[in-house]
Design a protein around this ligand. Structure first.
Ligand code: NAD
Ligand code: ZN
Length: 280
């Protein structure tokens, strides 16, 4: 298996060759898959993220002015978020899923674009929650975000829980907050059971999500990383494509959809001690 040097060109052909012999792909996506839809990434220039405005949950709970500023911002910005369209990268993952090649998408994104593109919501594992759901911080009840947006449009300035009066905010994970247990467990299970773990558009520095590629690798999967810039886990990857998510995934889907996945021995599982068969 060729491994691209850190400054090497994109090897989309290597990724396709690797994926041809794999049956159970799991995609792990970060902000980079959505930049082509116009949503800035977190670490890129101009990266603005709503979590910046709300540094801690305590600050949000404790200070009415913080909640007011949050909902003022959301009244203005959420409609634009709701209108964002998925791009070729999201659509390629839908095609791979429908062709029976893709088991799950683990995402760090909160934008809901995988589901909007047509990915089966049951196969999308949102590690950091979703901006399209609003939850009560006291009783945990949840609403679709557009329902709360309608309350704002009707004149409420700081909406509260209709059941208990508690504070509401988007159901996204804040810095320093624990990740949702159920999503983490599903993600770990998906990483352990795939035979190709495909990272797309993540700087791979946010834990514990950044540990998933290593988990997949130790369980016998091969790892591919598609990213515009190098990542700290590049040495672990069997294939790296230094390039754009959309065109790369579109090329992958075009090459695989309509071809028959290998059957019989499972390349990722054939060796009980988990030796990586893709390495030469
Ligand atoms: P990140 O911003 O840390 O890294 C994104 C990576 O994607 C960078 O390495 C960048 O070089 C690469 N990239 C950008 N555009 C690309 C493209 N078109 N093709 C290929 N690579 C591209 O993102 P992260 O690792 O997901 O961590 C950011 C955190 O902020 C996450 O926890 C996430 O929840 C949140 N966030 C989410 C969104 C979203 O939902 N769309 C956007 C920004 C931030
Ligand atoms: Zn409540």
């Amino acid at each position: 298996m060729r491994n691209n040097g850190p400054a090497g060109p994109a090897h989309v052909a290597d990724l396709i060759a690797l994926a041809r012999s794999r049956r159970r792909l799991v995609a792990f996506t970060g902000a980079g898959i959505s930049t082509e839809s116009g949503i800035p990434d977190y670490r890129g220039p101009g990266g603005v993220w709503e979590r910046n405005a709300i540094p801690t949950l305590e600050g949000f709970r404790g200070d009415p002015a913080v909640r007011r500023a949050y909902w003022d911002g959301r009244r203005e910005r959420y409609p634009a978020m709701l209108a964002v369209a998925p791009n070729a990268g999201h659509r390629a993952l839908v095609e791979l899923e429908r062709a029976g090649r893709l088991q799950a998408i683990i995402t760090q994104n909160i934008d809901g674009l995988h589901q909007k593109a047509g990915s089966d919501p049951d196969r999308v594992i949102e590690l950091h929650g979703s901006t399209h759901t609003v939850r009560c911080l006291d009783c945990g009840r949840r609403w679709a975000a557009p329902v709360v947006q309608a309350r704002l449009a009707a004149g409420e300035s700081v909406p509260t829980c209709l059941h208990c009066g508690g504070p509401l905010r988007a159901a996204t994970v804040l810095f320093g907050e624990a990740l949702p247990d159920a999503a983490l467990r599903l993600a770990a299970a998906a990483a352990r059971s795939c035979d190709l773990f495909l990272v797309v558009g993540s700087s791979l520095v946010v834990n514990p999500a950044a540990r998933l590629p290593g988990l997949a690798k130790r369980a016998g999967a091969v790892v591919a990383i598609v990213n515009r810039t190098p990542t700290p886990l590049d040495a672990l990857a069997d294939v790296r494509v230094l390039g754009e998510a959309g065109p790369t995934l579109a090329a992958l889907a075009a090459a695989l959809v309509g071809t028959t996945p290998p059957d019989g021995a499972d390349p990722g599982r054939a060796d009980p001690d988990g030796v990586d068969h893709a390495r030469e």
